[in-house]
Design a protein around this ligand. Sequence first.
Ligand SMILES: [Zn+2]
Ligand SMILES: [Zn+2]
Length: 364
Amino acid sequence: MPVTLYTLVGLKIYLQENGPPINNMDAQAILLISNQHPNDGYLYAGEWLMPAFKKSLAILGLSAISMSCFAVSTQCTSKEFTLQLLGSGGPISDDMRASSGELIWWKGKPRVLIDAGGGTFLRFGQAGAHLEDVDFIGISHFHTDHSADLPAILKNSVFFSQEKDIDIAGPNGSDDFPSLTQFMHRMFAPGTGAFSYLAGMFDGSDGVNIKVHLTNVDYHLTTPTQVFDKDGLKVSAIGIPHGNVPNLAYRVDTADGSIVISADQNGSNPAFINFAKGADILLLPAAITEDADAVSKFLHGTPSAMAKLAKASAPKMVVLNHFMGKSLVEKDQTLAIFKQYYNGPVYAGRDLSCFPVVAPTQGE
Ligand SMILES: [Zn+2]
Ligand SMILES: [Zn+2]
């Protein structure tokens, strides 16, 4: 357990060394000691408190501790080819994390955004991203924890200085869920959309300075569908099973490597293994625990089901996201189960943590 250092104006401040990640949710500010592995992620919450906190420690004569505390960065050190998690939580707000969203930085720019769950609008800004630099947005499925902040993020375009094209992909619809095109029209259609004041995004008119190009992907196909190809950046998508919800995984390929993003899935589609093969980074959800009930397992894979996907597709690194209350508490067990099947490194992601494929250049 972390050590409680302070209770200051009602804020509990914890100091965490290399121990297990902090899961108790009454910690409003958490200060990390610098030798924690950076890829286990940093919490941003301590940043604004840090200067006053370090000064207070110095006054108390605790200069050694003061020196070893550091402001937690919300931005990636290397943006050459890097996965940054905007959200690492699930659909229930009690995990105190943003829901799913991933940025893929390439050559210094956030070229690809996959998913835009609740909370990712804020994290997008904290990551230092600008929508002007995003060329492709992929939505896995239309659960709120993967799509609710999309209108808020697209609204940025009203403030662009010049028009920009953005390609957006999402799944075909079903009886219970809209296709990407239906979703976008329910949000933005002139006159009838919930946010019809942004209808100009369909043709770049009315002061909305983006033009969206929409692709609905057939999630029943067992071979990948290419959804973006520009300047050496390629994105493809394939259906993954998430109960009866139309749902896609995405793969981003560049000359610098490959990143595969799996949203929620139960792990039962063998085609996903080929799709993910040879990736530098495979992002997998850690939504449930091994003892989950049958309904949960129809929607989500257990840690062992996800670990088997990792073993079969053999990426160089696995990153976990989509933690929920119980899976956060049992994070160590999940990591231990992964180790039984998969020999590579497995990192439990946090909001805004960065996973570079291309190592930072010296001096950064
Ligand atoms: Zn879902
Ligand atoms: Zn989800």
